[in-house]
Design a protein around this ligand. Structure first.
Ligand code: ATP
Length: 319
């Protein structure tokens, strides 16, 4: 293999730039040519492709977002779109591809691999919703952004003796909500993976209130539904006047944490190693601090799970 491509696709995540940098530098270190494909699979179809040099990835390790831009591309879900992408790979002499993104991105990588062009998936999403890795690139940064925001909200919650309901991202996964709730001592954490026991939420609020506690933080994962609706329900049941904050896209941006930069550097380089060693259709990950790789099809057929021990602990600590 002499020439490889790299792209970022799906939602951007802090640390994607560090992963791109790692892929480019590691590949050049091993004598490969690297091509950056802009706007994910859309750029692959359009031929928005340029050669990357060592300097192309200078000064980006600390930046959020993605230097290669990202896009959602419906056309790539079709056979015709995929063949157009393959044509561009042929035209540029690209023999293998590293795709950084979430499970949708991995679907695209699987399709290209099936058409004879080896692909490796690198998990880049703040949601932490990819099986086969303990952490995805961007999760740690997003978590710290959430914690920072909740700490600020807590000042107001305390000063005004209010209950705050905070909606965090995560798509269908509750990881961000669970970790943020545990890290911030939330009274209740509501996630899609666990049945939300409404009575329990109200009981906790009332118990806290009876103990003299006048402010509370409740974290809701976006996958559960609207925090505003939940807030109305809670107000009615507990006789409160709560406030709802939807953190939104602030959670996706910002300079990546040290943990994300290191993770991205390790996973990007490992993806290059796999291509060089003749592997195809794999996704890279980290489990118990060891680099691992899995069959991408197997991963796409596996459901992501949250850590229920952590969920139970969060309940025990917020009695
Ligand atoms: P995030 O979790 O941050 O949303 P993602 O990678 O899951 O990231 P998606 O929008 O689901 O984001 O997918 C990214 C892109 O991958 C899509 O826009 C599309 O181009 C490609 N893709 C998704 N599903 C398929 C599929 N079934 N076949 C081919 N390509 C696909």
């Amino acid at each position: 293999m002499k020439k490889i491509g790299v792209l970022t696709s799906g939602g951007d995540a802090p640390g994607m730039n560090a992963a791109i940098r790692s892929v480019v530098r590691k590949a050049i270190y091993h004598g490969l040519e690297v091509y950056g494909i802009k706007y994910g699979y859309q750029g692959l179809i359009d031929g928005d492709i340029e050669k990357m040099e060592l300097g192309s990835v200078g000064d980006i390790i600390q930046r959020g977002g993605t230097k290669l831009y990202s896009a959602r591309c419906e056309e790539f879900k079709t056979e015709e779109g995929q063949l157009k992408g393959i044509e561009q790979m042929k035209k540029h002499g690209i023999e293998g591809l590293i795709a950084i993104g979430g499970d949708g991105t991995f679907m695209g990588a699987k399709k290209i691999t099936e058409k004879g062009y080896p692909c490796i998936g690198v998990p880049g999403t703040i949601d932490n919703d990819i099986p086969g890795t303990d952490f995805t690139i961007g999760f740690d940064t997003a978590l710290n952004t959430i914690i920072d925001a909740i700490d600020k909200i807590r000042d107001t919650a305390t000063s005004h003796e209010r209950t705050f309901i905070i909606e965090v991202m995560g798509r269908d996964a509750g990881d961000l909500a669970l970790w943020a709730g545990l890290a911030d001592g939330a009274e209740s954490i509501i996630i899609p993976e666990a049945d939300d026991d409404f009575e329990d939420i109200i009981d906790r609020l009332k118990r806290g209130h009876d103990r003299g506690k006048k402010h509370s933080i409740i974290i809701v994962a976006e996958g559960v539904g609207s925090a505003v609706d939940l807030g109305n329900k809670i107000d009615e049941a507990a006789g409160l006047e709560s406030r709802v904050t939807v953190l939104g896209h602030t959670q996706r941006g910002g300079s990546p944490s040290a943990a994300d930069r290191v993770l991205a550097s390790r996973l990007g380089a490992y993806a290059v190693d796999l291509l060089l060693n003749g592997h195809a259709g794999r996704m890279v990950g980290i489990q118990q601090n060891k680099l691992v790789d899995h069959d991408i099809v197997e991963i796409l057929n596996t459901k992501h799970k949250i850590d229920f021990d952590m969920y139970r602990l969060s309940k025990e600590l917020s009695i």
